[in-house]
Design a protein around this ligand. Structure first.
Ligand SMILES: Nc1ncnc2c1ncn2[C@@H]1O[C@H](COP(=O)(O)OP(=O)(O)OP(=O)(O)O)[C@@H](O)[C@H]1O
Ligand SMILES: [Mg+2]
Length: 120
């Protein structure tokens, strides 16, 4: 069963002579239970792709379907819940909250999600 489908994903940062085409027409799909490693040289767009798959950045064009659902057509609230419940993202440069300890940093999304449980 297909869990993830990427269609013609393109991400362009900047404009004019500063334009960087970080992703250029990327398409692939992943089956449920499949483990995938994305490899490539520094600057080839791995983090850009993962940020888009995690919903923390948006593509310039193209589509992402997660479990059949078009990720970037979700309403803001639905999209926030999607990011919180469906995606786990470990950042290259950590992005931890400095005032929280290790356990609190790890469990924060669960606490937020539990608080919201009645609301969705
Ligand atoms: N916010 C941004 N603004 C402008 N250009 C960016 C931005 N983020 C990434 N880029 C550029 O997009 C390209 C892809 O970067 P990305 O960070 O996705 O590569 P990467 O494969 O994760 O590299 P690394 O292996 O070093 O982590 C690079 O040329 C990078 O300089
Ligand atoms: Mg990276």
């Amino acid at each position: 069963m297909e869990i993830l489908r990427i269609e013609h994903l393109t991400k362009i940062y900047g404009k004019g002579e500063n334009e960087v085409r970080a992703l250029d027409d990327v398409s692939f799909s992943v089956e449920k239970g499949q483990f995938v490693a994305i490899i490539g040289p520094s600057g080839s767009g791995k983090s850009t792709l993962l940020h888009i798959l995690g919903g923390v950045d948006v593509p310039t064009s193209g589509k992402v379907f997660m479990d059949g659902k078009d990720v970037f057509t979700q309403k803001e609230e639905e999209f926030a819940i999607f990011r919180r419940r469906q995606v786990g993202l470990i950042y290259q440069f950590y992005n931890l909250i400095p005032v929280l300890n290790v356990e609190e940093n790890m469990t924060l999304p669960i606490l937020i999600s539990a608080k919201d449980a009645s609301f969705c």
